[in-house]
Write a protein that binds this ligand. Structure first.
Ligand code: FEO
Length: 163
């Protein structure tokens, strides 16, 4: 059964949000590179790559269900943050926003009795639990780092190990 036009629009909206997420994290990577925080930049580049794969997962699903992908403009992200904590805090807030968006997409699938979309979106619901947990952990650790330059230097190296 093909997805409805309503679901196609909702999926295309989510593709745009995932591509914006990729762009936002790439902007954060550029901010960290400018500050010589190569580990944090590496973490953000990996995250940007994950967001790209989320967008592509949605892209493939739209076609598998007989829909059409319609790409919209990607908004320009910010370029500056007050400090690393400010940037990661924004990443955490952004993930909460994405979780809300996935939940709304699931609700739309439910009201459409679109079981295939509901089953497909389960992966994203689970993924968002992880996405929020990862960002939140870094925010809490950066709070511990506080104003210590040496702790920041060490934590940057830890984040640089992300695979
Ligand atoms: Fe695609 Fe970070 O959620």
């Amino acid at each position: 059964m093909e997805m409805t036009k309503k679901m196609q629009d909702a999926f295309n909206e989510q593709i745009n949000k995932e591509l914006f997420s990729e762009y936002l994290y790439l902007a954060m990577a550029a901010y960290f590179d400018a500050k010589n925080l190569g580990g944090m930049s590496h973490w953000m580049k990996k995250q940007a790559g994950e967001e790209h794969s989320h967008a592509m997962k949605l892209y493939s699903f739209v076609y598998d269900r007989g829909g059409k992908v319609i790409l919209k403009a990607i908004a320009a992200p910010k370029t500056e943050w007050k400090n690393p904590l400010d940037a990661f805090n924004e990443a955490y807030e952004h993930e909460k926003f994405i979780t809300e968006s996935i939940n709304k997409l699931w609700d739309a699938a439910f009201s459409d009795k679109d079981r295939a979309s509901m089953a497909f979106l389960k992966w994203f619901v689970d993924e968002q639990v992880e996405e929020e947990a990862n960002a939140s952990e870094i925010v809490e650790k950066l709070k511990m780092v506080g104003d210590s330059k040496s702790a920041l230097f060490m934590y940057d190296a830890v984040l640089g190990k992300r695979e």
